[in-house]
Design a protein around this ligand. Sequence first.
Ligand SMILES: [Zn+2]
Ligand SMILES: [Zn+2]
Length: 427
Amino acid sequence: MAQQSLDALIDRDIQSLVATYKVLHAAPELSHHEQKTAAFFASQLRTFGYVVTEGFGKYENPAFTSYGIVAVLKNGPGPTVLIRTELDALPVNEKTGLPYASTVKSKNDAGEEVSVMHACGHDIHMTSMLGTARVLSELKQQWSGTLMIIGQPAEEVVDGARAMLRDSLYEKFARPDFAIALHDSSELEAGKVGYTPGYALASSTSVDVKIRGVGGHGARPETTKDPVVMAAEIVLALQTIASRERSPVDPVVVTVGSIHGGSKHNIIPDEVNLQISVRTYKEDVRLKILASIERIAKGIAMAAGVPEELAPIVKVSGNQVTPATYNNPQLTERLASAFKKTLGEDNVVLVPPAMVSEDFGAFSMQQSIPSTMFWLGAVDPAKVKQSRETGTVLPSLHSALFAPAPEPTLRTGIKAMSAAVLELMKK
Ligand SMILES: [Zn+2]
Ligand SMILES: [Zn+2]
């Protein structure tokens, strides 16, 4: 009975939701700039009877305005369940060629004009959330408790969740008993969902290293301390953190994503700058890696004869940092069983953990609130089959070619998220 009415409601709404998805897809907004997206999302939720607060969140940088949304539907006694969608898009120039492809260009935080695309599928998440919000507002007789929908800005730069918590989200509304999110998958077929109990996504920390030397003529290296050679040694030595300092069964990533220094063939520069991304699951491991980076950089500079006062400067970013996403195993297994009942055994698959990052983990308050994020298959099943047969790689999230199959993805997203909430709040 419950299943039937859920399916019937989704059937009724799906065409208009696909249209909503296409509108959102064609009008992406960058992190910190989600003004119109948030206003639209809020107005839709209001029409479904939710009490909506707009402009929620406080960034560390006071120049940014938060467009966070909190929508609450109180429905009798019972648990408070937080469900979250992101609102932001990415600086990517869409190349899907779809009729509803984005042609939007807008200014980023640095004032540069960039192309914008929903290349991470946050438009799928918002539309699924709207579908779920409406369905649950109409199935109120089947559940009891408080539903708290979060429209989170600035996920892609990982400061949106923190900004909302910093604005006392849980004190001003309610501290949830559970927190749930979904993320579309560029590998799973539309119609399926994936789950990962335990650590699912890594923490991410950005680190800048300024290697300082003593510059001079390229033909007179004996008068210099060459930061280019030091940088080369440091980049290679950093590889030993993962391979020699950490346990092989506790994954870490140390990637040097950017290296810049020098201006000309025959000049030894004064400095070289590295930008490093650190990924781990555990907080103590993260801190050890940050210490290793500093030790290695300083040690190599010292070995090269760089004086103490010119030792490398290692700066750990205070805002480009996000905790790991830990999926509470009990909650995750409970929801996986609910998904199996709703979607069928074959459509619910165990997915291995990954080292990409998300700021959803922040909502769990250091894992004190049971939370889980599940994967929502978003790829046309025919394309998945073809890629398996031919060994070709499908466009990943953040790719200019990422193109979810809207209808089956949205259907499954709404069904799965509604089933999750009903499981936790059923009467
Ligand atoms: Zn993303
Ligand atoms: Zn994303």
